[in-house]
Design a protein. Structure first.
Length: 316
């Protein structure tokens, strides 16, 4: 088999609460890598707890100069570089095309500096747009089509998205504006008989972290309790509201932001919110796995040693 001349990219993916960042940081330390986030909500500033940015995990040596010194101040401390976290205001819209453009820029810069890029996250559409080189449409708005689509309910638009086999991430699938735009582009492409072929830019190794469903559910609930009771997730969402993020926008972000917003508005009690959020998080993890299982290129792993073996073989 002839060698692939394209630059190499490693992907670490998996459902929520499977420890993707922790694994990626360990690999980055060994293989001189930098991490590019593939998470549709971690791009937003001020959304740290609910999106699980876990920025302290990028610090791989927590040595203090003095016991009273903060973590990360020791001279032996090293932080793994990361990209595409905290790049846009939560009051702004952020498209798949914008993500892909920034991801390409970050990945190519990492490669130019002689390092190995690790694309890490759970947003399947973001990952696939980079791995498969989606040719994303630069289509001018079609006012008549858009006007007609805007009259439809979100369920009707979702049905059209399925009919046209439009793949959207979870937040976009629940967002009427983005559904309208996606269907509008598809209709215009069909009228123009445009076929957009993918153009992959990288030679990619895709590793997926996989645990039994029971284990993932337990990890989700443990993490949720910790975020609510220890990390201050409710306070984070109060702060977003104070900074001008609308209730509608919080609802668009889904999961933690949707249900805690309902609690803050008095639509749910605290216990109702926690229960509904737990159920929705389990369902979300299931949908993530359904998406990933379609891709037969993914090499499923359970631990760091398996991941390291695959990466070493791929890079050599």
């Amino acid at each position: 088999m002839l060698p692939n001349p394209k630059p190499k990219l490693i992907v670490i993916l998996g459902p929520t609460s499977t420890g993707k960042t922790k694994l990626a940081v360990k690999l980055a330390k060994v293989f001189n890598s930098e991490i590019v986030s593939a998470d549709s909500r971690q791009v937003y500033k001020g959304m740290d707890i609910g999106t699980g940015k876990d920025l302290d995990e990028y610090i791989i040596t927590k040595t203090r100069k003095h016991p009273s010194a903060p973590l990360g101040t020791g001279k032996n401390t090293k932080t793994i570089s990361y990209h595409l976290i905290d790049v846009v205001s939560p009051k702004s819209q952020f498209s798949l095309a914008q993500y892909q453009k920034l991801a390409y820029k970050a990945i190519n810069d990492i490669i130019k500096r002689g390092k190995t890029p690790l694309l890490v996250g759970g947003t399947g559409l973001y990952i696939q747009s980079v791995v498969d080189g989606y040719q994303l449409a630069d289509v001018k708005p079609d006012k008549e089509t858009r006007k007609r689509l805007n009259k439809k309910t979100i369920k009707q638009l979702q049905a059209l998205a399925r009919k046209y086999q439009i793949r959207l991430n979870e937040s976009d699938f629940q967002n009427k504006r983005r559904l309208v735009r996606a269907v509008e582009i598809k209709i215009k492409d069909q009228r123009s008989k445009i076929v957009r072929k993918n153009v992959p830019k990288y030679n990619t190794l895709i590793l997926g972290i996989k645990y039994p469903k029971k284990v993932i559910d337990e990890r989700i609930d443990e993490r949720l309790i910790h975020r609510l009771e220890k990390e201050g997730m409710v306070e984070e969402i109060k702060k977003l509201r104070k900074n001008g993020v609308s209730w509608k926008r919080l609802d668009d972000f889904g999961l933690e932001y949707r249900f805690i917003a309902k609690y803050l508005k008095g639509e749910l009690t605290y216990d109702e919110m926690a229960k509904k959020l737990s159920i929705a998080s389990h369902q979300f993890a299931k949908r993530q796995m359904t998406w990933f299982k379609r891709d037969k290129r993914i090499k499923w792993i359970k631990n760091y040693n398996q991941a390291r073996k695959f990466v070493k073989g791929f890079l050599n």
